[in-house]
Design a protein around this ligand. Structure first.
Ligand code: FAD
Length: 508
């Protein structure tokens, strides 16, 4: 049966911006319908460097508004979701031929002072001859600055926003592609196709939000029928994941001889994440993959800092994403603005459309607030801003008490080893208890698919987090794809097919 009721806000895209807006709008009392053509966070939002950061580099481009807003968000977001967001210290070695120390010092001074920092520790100078952080580096790196930003599990941030939106009444649909959107009198008439079954639904909406990330212009051209859509500059960024390169828990901020920067970050306990690149992209966003040239660039960059060189043989995984940057006409990809732009198309007093160009994971909540101001102006105000300080699912414990939270889980479920208790706490926060329930032994959680992934967790992810394929679990709800072998993946697929039947989503 087609759904013919009219919702207030229809959101296209289940990335961080779409899900953040859906949550904010649902919490204010709007009826919300979100359609994601693939899985939640399957677009740019799970391919980021995973930093909640001001963006030290953007100060060079005088993006003070963006940097200040982003810096302020670090502690707000950490407190909202301390299981998936936490402070990270960055070691920035400096030496001749790079940006001068005085310039870095000035940037870091601003970084420490313009962003409302309360809990995060300030910048300090490190002697790399003495400090452990110097050990994996070549001996010519003797001095560094160490400063604070935060780490985020990007894909989970998206899913938790979707979960909270749904808990507040929003309809969240995945594998649901918007194939057409027509203005019908005062409303939008949106055609949504289920990409698994092929069935089509019509959804009526008072206002439509185009949060399709790299596909934002494609929506305008194909679904809405605007031929002159050239608003975004697509910029590819790739990362390599290598075996763990160092033992401490800090990250490195490296500068390349060409002035570009990249990070080496502790990742999923056993790995180091190295990236990113920055180059214009002209293909279909869904087809992006790392190029040989990018692999060489990242390996060479990392090898110029680490004592032990990084080569292709060290790479265990790579990923690439597309930044949908607002096209501000900058000549180089890395100089294009990272700020967001919301553009309203009020359709001559007919049903309005608001398009999102650009943005960062870090500023998604603020982008949502700006969007809600526009929505209120166009279809009437429902509620005030509320998301600052409202925890995301599983984040209801004090931000600085993560270890105590793990200890409490172990106390209540003594059969969990340290690694599993920490993983459950990191991925699910207090909602780990919804998975573990009344179980008194590991066996009661059902079949083990490897690396601690049990049947109970798989069922939870299907029932609560829209998982419809093995990849949704292995690469987005968790990163256990890095650990499971082929046989284990096949067993997981078979189990999910058994549970989901023809709802199982084959990879596209
Ligand atoms: C390499 C790289 C590193 C980055 N690092 C950082 C970082 O460290 N920190 C930070 O703050 N930001 C970072 N960013 C930026 C950040 O990742 C993006 O700004 C953000 O994820 C964009 O989110 P989005 O929701 O706008 O887009 P997306 O996540 O791409 O979501 C758009 C969604 O729309 C869906 N969609 C498209 N067409 C349709 C349709 N017809 N019907 C239904 N759904 C549709 C897509 O499937 C997709 O899931 C990085 C980006 C890249 C590429």
């Amino acid at each position: 049966m087609p759904d013919t009721s009219t919702c207030d806000v229809f959101v296209i895209g289940g990335g961080i911006n779409g899900c953040g807006i859906a949550r904010d709008a649902a919490g204010r009392g709007y009826s919300v319908y979100l359609a994601e053509m693939n899985d939640l966070a399957s677009g740019t939002s799970s391919w980021s460097t995973k930093l909640i950061h001001g963006g030290l580099r953007y100060l060079e481009h005088y993006e003070f508004r963006l940097v200040r807003e982003a810096l302020m968000e670090r502690e707000v977001l950490w407190n909202m979701a301390p299981h998936i967001i936490w402070p990270l210290r960055f070691v920035l070695p400096y030496h001749k031929g790079m940006r001068p120390a005085w310039l870095l010092r000035l940037g870091l001074f601003l970084y420490d002072h313009i962003g409302g920092r309360k809990e995060l520790p300030p910048t300090k100078v490190l002697d790399l001859k003495e400090d452990e952080a110097g050990r994996p580096l070549k001996p010519e790196f003797q001095k560094a600055f160490e400063y604070s930003d935060c780490w985020v599990n990007d894909a989970r941030l998206v899913v938790l926003n979707a979960r909270d939106a749904a808990d507040r009444g929003a309809t969240i649909r995945t594998r649901a592609k918007v194939v057409a959107a027509e203005r019908a009198a005062d409303d939008w008439k949106v055609t949504v196709e289920d990409t698994v079954s092929g069935a089509r639904d019509i959804v009526m909406a008072k206002l439509m939000v185009n949060a399709a990330g790299p596909w934002v212009d494609e929506i305008l051209a194909n679904a809405v029928g605007k031929n002159d859509a050239h608003n975004v500059r697509l910029v590819q960024g790739s990362h390599i994941v290598i075996k763990r390169k160092f033992d401490h828990d800090r990250a490195y901020f490296f500068q390349n001889a060409d002035g570009r920067i990249f990070f080496a970050i502790p990742y999923e306990t056993d790995f180091t994440l190295v990236g990113t690149t920055d180059q214009d992209y002209h293909g279909e966003p869904g087809d992006v993959s790392i190029s040989d040239q990018e692999i060489d660039y990242l390996c060479e960059g990392a090898s110029s800092y680490f004592r032990e060189p990084v080569g292709r043989g060290d790479i265990v995984w790579t990923y690439s994403g597309i930044r949908p940057l607002y096209d501000d006409g900058a000549s180089k990809a890395q100089e294009a603005t990272r700020d967001y732009v919301l553009k309203e198309d009020s359709g001559n007093d007919r049903a309005p459309l608001i398009n999102i160009f650009g943005g960062k994971i870090t500023t998604y909540r603020r982008l949502g607030e700006s969007m809600l101001e526009k929505i209120a102006a166009l279809i009437g105000e429902r509620g005030k801003s509320w998301t600052s300080g409202a925890v995301l699912p599983g984040g209801d414990f004090p931000a600085t008490e993560f270890r105590a939270h793990v200890a409490a889980l172990k106390r209540d479920y003594p059969f969990l080893n340290d690694r599993d208790a920490t993983r459950y706490s990191r991925v699910y926060g207090t909602r780990a208890r919804d998975i573990l329930g009344a179980s008194r032994s590991s066996e009661q959680l059902g079949r083990d698919f490897g690396s601690g992934l049990k049947e109970a967790e798989v069922r939870y992810l299907i029932e609560q987090e829209w998982a419809l394929a093995a990849d949704d679990i292995l690469w987005r709800r968790t990163k256990l794809g890095l650990k499971l072998n082929e046989g284990q993946v096949t067993a997981l697929e078979a189990f999910m097919k058994e549970l989901l039947g023809d709802r199982y989503a084959q990879p596209t």
